[in-house]
Write a protein of this length. Structure first.
Length: 407
């Protein structure tokens, strides 16, 4: 019953997180597109910045933007904030439920640092706070400096944090940590900068004072940052389903490349929304960078072809590959992947995949190969110490089985 409750809780949280994320991202993309599509007109109201005509759902919409605020408060005002808050709350709940509660599986890699669970959680939370504080300081300083300096500084910050966490946490844990840092920056922009600034403008209007235009300028800066960070965050958050992306020695470089690709994609649409000629040239650097990710991912996988003492490994390989690989898989994988897992508080095998018999292993050999040979995804954090020569033997079993399948 406890297992079912945990599964349903995770499912409901994921569903809620996706729904909130769609609402937030959708409104963010829409308002950036709207802002870029505004046009000047002689008939615009006083203090307005631009207007746009749109058609949707069988009706026409006439929208006007005020650079700071209208001359008086409207009777009804819609705030776009709860989508962002709900996305972060549900996302952090998932982080706590899966990664913090299961830190020994998803965050800790004992070959890097044999951390206690509470230590891993503290390091993660401190990193989330640190990322926001440093980013916020950079933005405040950049109001008086070049925008490209800010972009470069934020890029360097995320890259350095990606490398540091890839050295401390498991590859999967490090990847999700950076996704959380970026998501927190985006939500904190809304919670601590954009909304407070807009509330100050509203308060000025109610007091019949002239609002300070700096609030609008800062809000636009942070909103644009969120726009460019959205695609990388989405990519990172769904990457845990694809170990070839995160479970590689150079995953921190992949994060940096994803930041650039996401920025290029958003640049394409943002320029297109202004009415200017779409910058189709971004296709070429995106293809080159995506190809670079493929190469780096493969370069950083377990280097089974670079075993130094080949003679020693040959002696360790049993005469029958299946028997040898089976012994390794049962010893290093079946502690969890069994009818009755030996791992504490685990009542069912992950994904209900059992690896206790030769039939189990042969039926699942493709997934075993992907998770343990093509990447470092399994065992989680290499908690059962699956060594390189053991991964090599699993690779040999995979090759033998597929050779027989193709005969």
């Amino acid at each position: 019953m406890l297992y079912l409750f945990q599964e349903w809780t995770e499912l409901v949280l994921r569903w809620f997180h996706v729904i909130a994320g769609i609402a937030w991202i959708g409104s963010s993309f829409y308002f950036i597109a709207l802002d870029l599509s505004l046009r000047q007109s002689k008939n615009l109201p006083d203090k307005s910045h631009g207007e746009a005509w749109q058609v949707h759902g069988g009706g026409f919409y006439h929208l006007v933007k005020y650079l700071v605020a209208p001359s008086k408060m409207p009777s009804e005002l819609t705030w776009f904030k709860w989508e962002a808050y709900a996305t972060w709350v549900s996302g952090f709940a998932l982080l706590a439920l899966i990664y913090y509660a299961g830190a020994e599986l998803y965050m800790i890699d004992i070959l890097k640092y044999d951390l206690e669970k509470y230590e891993a959680v503290i390091i993660s939370i401190l990193g989330i706070v640190f990322g926001w504080v440093v980013y916020d300081v950079m933005c405040r300083i950049s109001l008086k400096t070049n925008v490209y300096v800010l972009i470069s500084s934020v890029f360097i910050l995320i890259t350095v944090m990606s490398w540091i966490y890839s050295e401390i946490f498991s590859y999967r844990g490090a990847f999700m940590q950076i996704g959380t840092v970026l998501g927190t920056i985006m939500v904190a922009n809304v919670l601590m900068i954009i909304i407070p600034g807009q509330k100050k403008v509203v308060a000025s209007l109610l007091a019949n004072d002239t609002p300070n235009p700096i609030h609008g300028a800062i809000a636009k800066q942070r909103s644009l940052h969120n726009n460019y960070l959205t695609l990388p965050v989405i990519f990172i958050m769904i990457s845990n389903h694809y170990p070839l992306i995160y479970a590689t020695e150079y995953s921190w470089i992949i994060i940096s490349i994803i930041l650039i690709i996401g920025a290029l994609v958003r640049h394409f649409f943002n320029v297109k929304h202004t009415g200017a000629k779409a910058p189709y040239w971004v296709t070429f650097p995106i293809i080159i960078l995506a190809s670079l990710i493929f190469y780096i991912s493969d370069l950083g996988k377990p280097k089974l072809n670079q075993i130094k003492d080949t003679a020693l490994i040959i002696k360790k390989i049993p005469k029958k590959t299946l028997i040898g690989a089976k012994e390794i898989i049962i010893a290093k994988c079946a502690m969890c992947h069994a009818q009755e897992p030996l791992w504490d508080d685990m009542r069912y095998a992950p994904k209900l995949v059992n690896l206790e018999t030769s039939t189990d292993i042969i039926n699942n050999i493709d997934n075993i190969y992907k998770q343990s040979v093509l990447s470092y995804a399994m065992p989680p954090g290499n908690i059962s110490m699956l060594e390189e020569h053991e991964r090599y033997l699993i690779n040999q079993l995979y090759l033998s089985v597929n050779k027989l399948k193709n005969q």
